[in-house]
Design a protein around this ligand. Structure first.
Ligand code: GLA
Length: 730
């Protein structure tokens, strides 16, 4: 049984195809974590040791046993108040202002199907074929009237276990939640590395890896968005783990707001990894009868290195987080107007661009920023989602029709959560922006953030967006979000410590309303490029603009880091002009195409009008190639064949799930005098099989390829690039 409860031993066992997770209610009612590793049916309670380490506090009063301390024991939901002095998941204050609680087992329930989280994104199941199961364990503190319902979701075929926690006030006094994280993994032994994905605007999700030392290491965001700076994915692995060897555990937060991910190695060289809501700018009072949900964390374990962590996350997010008709469909190849013309366009210019795009074989024109209100630059107009008919030469529907007549679909850019002070919306409703009374608000790109915790603000935005979308002809929306929240003050909040969390509930509500009313609409997430690239957004938007940085050299690194936690189907990647507007670098068009084609949401973002004929030919070929390989990029297993930060060649590979097709891609990033030959070693081919190179019919042994590799021609210049399609000869 994937999910079972051993009543005499009070042990819960959750097993997926390759993994097992185990925990136990001990004789004092505490829920102890036992094991998360390779699949087993054994009782792993023997892993816990007890000893009198005198001098240490942490023994609950009724236990009165010096060998028993919560400061040492591995726990499922550590809380502040009964002696565990490590970083807790939960910290609360009672009505009298005192800290501390004591959570003990109360009840549990096992059921078929994956739990959902009303109002929050979460992994879902698709009926019996998934054989998903859920476990709910309630812990209670009678004195406070506090209950925490721990939710576990089991997705056996995905090797994924999800967690969430519902914190409830079932008493008579107020309880304030000062820290609410979702999940931790306590390890009683092990020497680990921690991997996080850090960066900045235009350089997101760069892998960084450190040995875990004593003390704590954390990344997170207090920006009200998951952020360009730190991504809510964390991996813990053996110090010597590689792509294909060693143990690795990962946590991925299904949430798009402020978060905290932490690793702590304690006095006994035990390690705690945890993830959840940020506790900065958060203090959430619960009146009797109220509750707050600590959003979902997706966990997976691999005994075979980092690659399997990625494969598990890719499949789970692509198939059971992303939703809607676009989940499994080829995405349109776009021409986006932003880097083509910025604010400087008219309806006529876009129609010209559309004609040219159609000639090159593209699918859809996206009208980026600048089509509404007084939005002639980025100082004004946000909040007024009224088309500028003078600029467009008619309504949005008129323009969509003209673009459709060129043979292209039509999409638009919006940034609904924001307002400029110079806008009609702000002049009419200055109190709708998050701003602290008496304090000048901090500006970001000259804009303020609207208070999405307010239903009236959301209603207004929904009406404004619907008025545009109802005109018809809009098949795609790029949903942008371009600044952090600094001034945390809502005029309607009963407590300002609730605002950042309630904002996210509001955003999810608005996105869900748009999705429900326009079920066929393709929404692409965006946040100053990749500032909200998280599993939470992917529940609403199956693709996300990965970074404002479209320089192919930098993109190799950005997309490499992104690939650890996210499927390629989600990666928005466009070919732009050179020299690149952010880095000043020139990369040949061929390599720019090869790099952008590693995204399942491919397109172009440059002025197509003055391109030389040769460039047009290359683009036509790229678009054709993309259509041939798109299914592999979107659904294939992804292999990182090199580390683009360290190696002379950036190489990656897609293999169809059944192994019948593969695509090996490489871009040379360094060439020295009389360069050496580079070899790329593919993985994931069917052992013993023969593969044929589609371009020239050459046949290869899969075993030899996966042993010695495939030679690339000796490069004469950097950015020589390769796309080798291999088909299994059956
Ligand atoms: C953000 C996005 C860009 C573009 C601009 C428009 O920076 O990331 O792609 O849409 O906004 O203002």
């Amino acid at each position: 049984m994937p999910l079972s409860y051993d009543a005499p031993e009070r042990i819960f066992t959750l097993s997926t195809e390759r993994t097992t997770y185990q925990m136990r209610v001990d004789e004092h009612g505490y829920l102890l974590h036992l094991y998360y590793g390779a699949r087993t049916s054994a009782n792993t309670s023997y892993l816990i040791t007890y000893a009198d380490r005198s001098g240490m506090c942490g023994c609950p009063h009724d236990v009165a046993d010096r060998t028993y301390s919560l400061d040492v024991l591995p726990q499922e939901y550590p809380f502040q108040g009964e002696g565990d002095m490590r970083s807790p998941l939960l910290m609360v204050r009672g009505d009298d202002g005192t800290f501390g609680c004591d959570l003990r087992y109360k009840s549990h329930e096992l059921r078929d199907g994956k739990y959902g989280l009303p109002g929050l994104p979460a992994v879902y199941d698709e009926g019996q074929q998934d054989a998903a199961q859920s476990l709910s364990i309630t812990l209670a503190d009678e004195r406070l009237g506090l209950e925490v319902e721990l939710l576990y979701g089991l997705m056996p075929a995905y090797d994924v276990i999800t967690r969430a926690a519902v914190i409830k006030n079932v008493g008579t006094g107020r309880i304030t939640v000062e820290k609410a994280q979702t999940a931790c993994l306590d390890f009683v032994t092990g020497d680990f590395d921690v991997i996080t994905f850090d960066g900045r605007h235009a350089m997101e999700r760069r892998l960084s890896r450190h040995a875990v030392g004593n003390g704590s290491f954390s990344v997170g965001s207090r920006r009200g968005m998951s952020s360009n700076q730190y991504n809510p994915v964390m991996v813990l692995c053996d110090g010597d783990a590689t792509e294909t060897s060693g143990r690795a555990w990962s946590m991925s937060f299904v949430y798009s707001g402020s978060f905290l991910a932490e690793v702590e190695r304690d006095q006994f060289e035990q390690t705690r990894m945890q993830m959840g809501l940020a506790s900065d700018l958060f203090s959430y009072p619960l009146e009797p009868g109220e509750q707050i949900v600590a959003p979902e964390v997706i966990m997976t374990y691999s005994a075979a290195g980092l690659e399997r962590i990625s494969h598990n996350l890719h499949r789970c997010i692509r198939e059971r987080v992303c939703r809607g008709p676009w989940r499994d469909s080829p995405r349109p190849v776009l021409i986006n107007s932003w880097e083509a013309c910025y604010f400087d366009f008219t309806g006529d210019r876009l129609v010209e661009l559309a004609k040219k795009a159609a000639d090159l074989g593209l699918d859809m024109l996206v009208m980026d920023d600048g089509w509404f209100g007084a939005r002639s630059d980025d100082h004004r107009g946000l909040g007024d989602w009224v088309p500028n008919m003078a600029k467009l030469g008619g309504t949005v529907a008129d323009l969509a029709r003209r673009v459709n007549e060129c043979g292209l679909g039509f999409g638009i850019w919006v940034e609904p959560e924001m307002v400029n002070e110079d806008s009609d919306l702000f002049r009419e409703h200055p109190d709708w922006a998050l701003a602290i009374p008496g304090k000048d608000p901090v500006l970001g790109r000259d804009q303020l953030v609207l208070d999405l915790s307010r239903a009236d603000v959301r209603d207004n935005l929904f009406e404004q967006l619907s008025a545009v979308l109802d005109q018809g002809g809009i098949e795609y929306v790029k949903w942008d979000y371009n600044r952090s929240i600094v001034d945390v003050y809502s005029r309607v909040a009963t407590d300002q410590g609730k605002v950042l969390y309630d904002y996210m509930l509001g955003l999810y509500d608005l996105l869900e309303r748009v999705r429900t009313r326009y079920p066929d609409l393709l929404i692409e997430g965006c946040s100053a490029g990749g500032g909200r690239f998280d599993a939470g957004m992917l529940y609403y938007t199956p693709q996300i603009w990965t970074s404002d940085n479209t320089d192919a050299r930098n993109r190799l690194e950005i997309q490499y880091g992104t690939s650890f936690g996210y499927p390629c189907s989600a990666v928005g990647a466009h070919v732009s002009a050179c020299p690149n507007e952010i880095t000043g670098r020139t990369v040949p068009l061929g390599a720019r195409g090869t790099v952008a084609m590693a995204g399942g949401a491919f397109g172009y973002e440059l002025d197509l009008m003055d391109l030389p004929d040769r460039a047009c030919e290359i683009i036509r070929t790229q678009v054709k190639t993309y259509r041939d390989i798109e299914h592999l990029v979107r659904e294939g297993l992804f292999y990182r064949l090199s580390d683009p930060r360290a190696d002379d060649v950036a190489a990656w590979e897609f293999v169809s799930e059944d192994g019948s097709e593969a695509l090996v891609c490489a871009v040379v990033t360094r060439v020295d005098g009389y360069a050496k030959a580079n070899y790329v070693v593919p993985r994931g081919l069917t052992p013993g099989a023969t593969y044929r190179m589609v371009s020239n019919g050459t046949e290869f042994s899969a075993d030899a390829l996966m042993d010695m590799g495939l030679p690339l021609t000796v490069p004469n210049s950097p950015y020589e690039n390769f796309m080798y399609r291999l088909e299994r000869v059956d």
